[in-house]
Design a protein around this ligand. Structure first.
Ligand code: DLL
Length: 494
């Protein structure tokens, strides 16, 4: 092993323990000395080829053993497939194993997925439940330590060091964003300001008075802070902020550009999900060139709708297997997130695979009159039209058997007008742009600046009335619109 060749055979025993128990390589003091500014765990982050596979396989075996011996629900799935841990003889055999999904968590709600005794669980978190019932996730002490290490890696990759002051504006609570980033940034040695989500005025005064250099939030909230700064006459681009770690929801390069100029920072994309740990699964380095996957902790696969692997660089659904999670390991977990993976080396020197920005969730795909379209594509088309603000809502419905798509979008202050003709002409311009770029017909409805709520949580961009009830405010708006047209019936777009 690279480690032995560099540090002598005496390192062997510790290394064996580290590999088996999933403890961080960083715990070997030698790496602390070697780590340069941009890598937290040089050894782990530059593992590749046979050496990485050896570690992944050893950890996969011990994960399967833990699941099997604890009788966690996945054991039953394996038995149904006629498999036992002994049948997994190489990493290639992973493909034989059954998939798991959020449904397994739901069926075993709240803590049935545990592969350890309940007394070994030191913390729980839960998913945000945007796509159904909440899923609860447990962590052992080692899980919490590994998680902090993973977050320290992505923060270091973005260029954060112990000299930095980090304002955490993710909500603290069941959501993994707040505590996940908090422990990781503390582990790294940065000074943490745990503002949590919301309280926008407090966020602003913290930026101005405590002078953080790092902002951590959802991209939507960062965008909102930048807008508000402008309105309040605060020079945020000239503030102490220099780096932003964002994630937890899909965003686009157009939004990144607006955040970076509005706050005067370098903004990185960070990915994770509760069922697999939380943030820290993958994150961009300062080169912003795809998200580095922590492959010594997770095996990532990309599959098509039928669950068949797709080739490198091809888009499909991300499937993750945890290699070091003790409390709730998952095997071949279907994330529902659409991305692609490349193994081409990044110029930053990290050797792990990178995933592309998540374009959306497989279940977010809208089929409008037979044309498949993702909300992220609509966002991109909207932002290509000057004067359109990055705050929008996509409303989908079925009317007389046909799918109808409406896009409600805010326009900038200067463009908003009381003249209905002017507004209609602008709506038509956006409709024509959507039709020409995405080949779908959308009705655009312009909204005044600040129509949509600004939240520090995940933004809700789509309301699909074919499947869900409208929120009260939308029901009211649709009712009024129908009243004006003299139509009756359930809440449908007219
Ligand atoms: O959102 C964990 C997280 C917190 C990630 C903070 C990054 C930063 P959940 O609430 O369980 O966990 O939601 C997970 O959010 O399956 C994706 O659909 C979406 N998601 C997370 N990060 C990104 C991202 C956290 N960078 C779900 N880009 C995932 C796009 C993301 N979507």
């Amino acid at each position: 092993m690279l480690l032995e060749s560099q540090y002598g055979e005496s390192a062997g025993y510790t290394i064996a323990l580290i590999i088996e128990q999933g403890a961080p390589f960083y715990d070997l003091g030698v790496f602390r000395e070697r780590a340069d500014v941009l890598m937290w765990d040089v050894y782990a982050e530059t593992l590749s080829g046979g050496e990485l596979e050896k570690i992944q396989f050893a950890r996969l075996k011990s994960t399967l053993k833990r699941i099997w011996e604890s009788g966690a629900p996945y054991r039953e799935k394996m038995e149904e497939a006629g498999l036992s841990p002994g049948d997994v003889k190489s990493l290639e055999d992973l493909e034989k194993l059954p998939f798991s999904s959020k449904d397994d968590f739901r069926k075993n709600y709240p803590l049935g997925m545990l592969a350890v005794s309940r007394k070994d669980v030191v913390r729980i978190h839960a998913s945000s439940g945007t796509t159904g019932t909440r899923t609860v996730v447990g962590y052992t002490e080692n899980d919490i330590e590994n998680w902090a290490q993973l977050v320290a890696r992505i923060a270091t990759a973005a260029g954060v060091t112990r000299e930095d002051i980090a304002q955490i504006s993710f909500t603290y609570g069941l959501f993994t964003g707040g505590f996940g980033l908090h422990y990781g940034l503390e582990k790294l040695g940065a000074m943490v300001i745990p503002v949590s989500g919301g309280q926008t005025e407090l966020q602003m005064s913290v930026i101005m008075e405590l002078k953080p250099s790092v902002l951590i939030s959802t991209p939507t909230y960062a965008l909102y802070l930048s807008e508000l700064g402008k309105e309040m006459g605060i020079d945020l681009p000239g503030s102490s902020l220099r780096v932003g770690l964002f994630g937890a929801e899909p965003w686009s390069e157009e939004i990144r550009a607006r955040i970076e100029s509005g706050l005067g920072i370098l903004a990185t994309d960070n990915y994770g999900l509760s069922e697999v740990t939380g943030p820290g699964v993958a994150g961009e380095c300062h080169l912003q060139n795809g998200l580095h996957i922590a492959e010594d902790h997770f095996i990532a696969e990309i599959v098509d709708e039928k669950g068949k692997p797709v080739g490198e660089g091809k888009q499909g659904e991300l499937v993750l297997t945890t290699l070091t999670r003790e409390a709730m390991p998952v095997i071949r977990f279907r994330t529902g997130d659409l991305t692609s993976i490349t193994r081409a080396e990044c110029e930053c020197g990290r050797k792990n695979a990178r995933m592309s920005r998540v374009v959306g969730r497989a279940d977010d795909m809208l089929i409008i009159k037979g044309v498949n379209v993702y909300p992220s594509q609509i966002e991109r088309a909207l932002l290509e039209v000057a004067g359109v603000e990055p705050h929008y809502l996509i409303v989908v419905d079925r009317r007389r058997g046909l799918d109808v798509l409406e896009v409600w979008v805010e326009v900038s202050e200067g463009l908003f007008s009381d003249d209905a003709m002017v507004m209609r002409a602008f709506e038509e311009k956006i409709e024509a742009h959507i039709k020409s770029t995405l080949n779908v017909r959308a009705s655009v409805r312009l909204k005044e600046p600040r129509t949509f709520d600004r939240t520090s949580g995940k933004a809700k961009r789509v309301i699909d009335l074919r499947r869900e009830e409208p929120p009260d405010w939308l029901r009211e708006e649709l009712r009024m619109r129908k009243g004006a047209k003299g139509e009756h019936g359930s809440a449908h777009l007219v």
